[in-house]
Design a protein around this ligand. Structure first.
Ligand SMILES: C[S@@+](CC[C@H](N)C(=O)[O-])C[C@H]1O[C@@H](n2cnc3c(N)ncnc32)[C@H](O)[C@@H]1O
Length: 208
């Protein structure tokens, strides 16, 4: 097990029970994402958590493979899919190396509230690039905390030490966008959907 799946497995049931922090911003993110989806699309969601977003978007595409490093998260996600009788979403345990999906040629890859939790964002972006078809889309929303209250930055290591916070990369939106471009994408839309929680939404097209 990696440190990150231990943390997320431990908090999975609590995470599943927490309400969406900003329902209006979440609805806007779903709407903007949906506007890029086609009924024939094969989609991959990375870091799907308990499957809420995949289950919301399932009717807009042909199939979603939704992955997460945490087996507890994917277990809850499967329970939710069964309860909602959603048949075109497959949940699987995977880290962001995406080893099982190398030649999949997905039309769309999504990652919501994930990239800031990763120690090596360029490596993940390069894996995402690899599993997309030419011209495929990468849709993400990422918490960008670099310009937030410095006390948060000071508190995070303490919270991590007592097991109450995961790994966090402190990003500025423009740094995030530069990393996405450097991985071989062109940005087609970006903006803030959650002003308070700093959720930076980016739609990028595979170009290189
Ligand atoms: C903040 S939650 C977001 C979940 C979901 N995308 C959402 O928007 O509700 C972050 C998720 O990323 C997963 N995660 C963290 N590190 C990961 C990694 N290296 N590979 C894959 N998933 C990871 C966690 O298990 C957790 O479910």
């Amino acid at each position: 097990m990696q440190a990150s799946d231990v943390f997320w497995n431990r908090i999975a049931r609590k995470y599943a029970a927490s309400p969406v922090a900003d329902p209006a911003a979440y609805a806007h993110t779903l709407d903007r994402t949906r506007s890029y989806l086609n009924a024939s699309d094969q989609m991959l969601e990375v870091g799907c958590g308990t499957g809420t977003t995949a289950l919301h978007l399932a009717d807009a595409v042909a199939h979603i493979t939704a992955t997460d490093i945490s087996s507890e998260m994917t277990k809850i996600a499967k329970e939710k899919a069964d309860a909602a009788a959603v048949k075109n979403v497959t949940f699987a345990v995977s880290d962001t190396q995406l080893r099982d999906f190398a030649d999949s040629g997905f039309d769309v890859v999504t990652a919501f509230s994930l990239l800031h939790l990763l120690p090596d964002i360029p490596e993940t972006l390069s894996r995402v690039h690899e599993v997309l078809r030419p011209d495929g889309l990468f849709v993400s929303k990422t918490v960008c905390l670099a310009e937030d209250n410095p006390l948060i930055r000071m508190a995070v290591p303490v919270l991590q030490w007592i097991g109450k916070a995961p790994y966090v990369t402190f990003l500025r939106p423009e740094q995030l966008e530069a990393k996405i471009r450097a991985a071989g994408f062109e940005i087609v839309e970006s903006g803030e959907h959650n002003k308070r929680s700093r959720g930076h939404f980016v739609v990028a097209r595979k170009s290189g």
